[in-house]
Design a protein around this ligand. Structure first.
Ligand code: AMP
Ligand code: MG
Length: 406
């Protein structure tokens, strides 16, 4: 039997980053860069206008005002996407749109709102300084700059940069494919009849959502009977994936075969049973180099074991530097007496902010109770040696739902 800290360390020690791969830009949402990205280009790649107006020479409009407008000859229209045909000369203006390249000879843009028209001439009503309303070549990113660091997660800003640089294939840690093997003779599917003794399979779905939320890919093997051959068959197939999660069948029951089968298949057991509640029978193996999590079948225990062990492991495999949920210190809103002594307890809590952050148990804490899990904002950690928390005492909480979820 190991402690929570020991178990977590064993898991993380035995999970390593996925081998990096080049992935098509549009498929990189949420993935982590496996290399620094250096810019192959300047952005912008040419001097251009930041405004709709007129490309001019700043010295031509010195002293301009509404009372003293300075006429300039309009010689050309510059649209975004076109390129000026000739140089701008003294006393001339070229109509220019935002993003259009600045013609040679021009050194500023006079905004449209500072102009008037008379007899084919544009009248400048305001002076400008050299460089006004011009976006300079390389102003955002210079050729050769390190634009993105290894370890950065690709979101909209990053994909925008990569697209602007014309990078079609991006070096990333690919998302692991996770097999979800749900075992139990008692389980029936959604539309099946609940005959006496049967229950509906919840964990296939809870684990599927958790894997997806983590950003990994999932393959489900629902409702494998408590039968060694069937379990072995499912695991032989599941081991083609990068990670295996089994649920059910790791307790002490007569029909809990998952451990036995994994042993026969040559898996190395790193731990079984953790001094924690819920999720005491959690087991962890390495099978042919792949992590296998034996998660207990009780639905709330299954969700918590995923949160506390599998999610950090998957995030490590995906190359994240930050692999844990944010943690907050809250104060207990009520007295709470721990359910089992000598084990760490994961307490499902609702959080409320009133000057400080307060934590309240979100309902009954049994391993099978999903309603308190659904109502929880976080998982409070009550250490092994603590038996009682007085109202107002501090508790560390792993935040599983961020504030914007509410
Ligand atoms: P086990 O870990 O197989 O001993 O199962 C512990 C408890 O969780 C039992 O009451 C099972 O019926 C229940 N259970 C196991 N698997 C599931 C599942 N996929 N969905 C919902 N409950 C489950
Ligand atoms: Mg079972």
């Amino acid at each position: 039997m190991v402690s929570y800290e020991e178990a977590l360390q064993l898991v993380l020690e035995n999970c390593s980053q996925m081998p990096p791969r080049r992935v098509k830009l549009e498929d990189t949402l949420g993935l982590v860069l496996s290399e620094d990205i250096f810019s192959p280009e300047n952005i912008p790649s040419f001097d251009n206008s930041a405004m709709d107006g007129f490309a001019i020479r700043a010295e031509d409009v010195t002293g301009a005002s509404p009372e003293n407008p300075i006429p300039l000859k309009v010689i050309n229209d510059l649209k975004a996407g076109s390129f000026p045909q000739r140089e701008l000369r003294k006393g001339e203006a070229m109509r220019i749109m935002t993003g259009a390249p600045l013609p040679p000879g021009a050194d500023a843009v006079l905004r449209k709102e500072y102009t008037a028209f008379k007899e084919g001439l544009v009248l400048a009503q305001k002076p400008v300084k050299k460089g006004d309303d011009i976006r300079l070549k390389g102003e955002d990113i210079k050729l050769g700059d390190q634009v993105l660091k290894k370890g950065t997660q690709i979101q909209e800003g990053e994909v925008g940069i990569l697209a602007s640089l014309g990078i079609e294939k991006v070096p990333v840690y690919p998302p692991p494919l996770v097999a979800i093997v749900t075992t139990g003779d008692e389980l029936v599917g959604l539309s099946e009849k609940l005959t006496p003794g049967k229950i509906r399979d919840a964990n296939t779905f809870t684990l599927l959502f958790q894997v997806k939320k983590t950003g990994a890919r999932a393959r489900t093997f629902p409702r494998i009977p408590d039968n060694k051959d069937e379990i072995r068959k499912a695991l032989e197939e599941a081991k083609k994936c990068d990670v295996i999660i089994t649920t059910g069948g790791v307790s002490l029951g007569e029909y809990d075969f998952v451990k036995e089968v994994l042993e026969e298949m040559g898996g190395t057991l790193h731990f079984w049973k953790v001094k924690q509640r819920p999720g005491h029978p959690l087991a962890f193996w390495i099978l042919e180099g792949k992590p296998v999590f034996g998660i207990p079948g009780n639905p709330a225990a299954s969700i918590i074991c995923f949160e506390e062990y599998v999610r950090p492991a998957l995030r490590k495999m995906m190359g994240f530097g930050k692999i844990f949920r944010p943690q907050a210190t809250a104060r207990m809103g009520v007295d709470y007496s721990k359910e089992s002594k000598g084990r760490l307890q994961f307490l499902r809590v609702k959080l409320e902010r009133k000057e400080t952050l307060w934590a309240y148990p979100s309902g009954a804490q049994g391993s099978a109770i999903l309603t308190s899990m659904a109502a929880a904002d976080g998982i409070g950690i009550i250490p092994e040696d603590v038996t009682f928390l007085k109202k107002g005492e501090e508790i560390q909480v792993h935040l599983i739902h961020l504030p914007e979820d509410h």
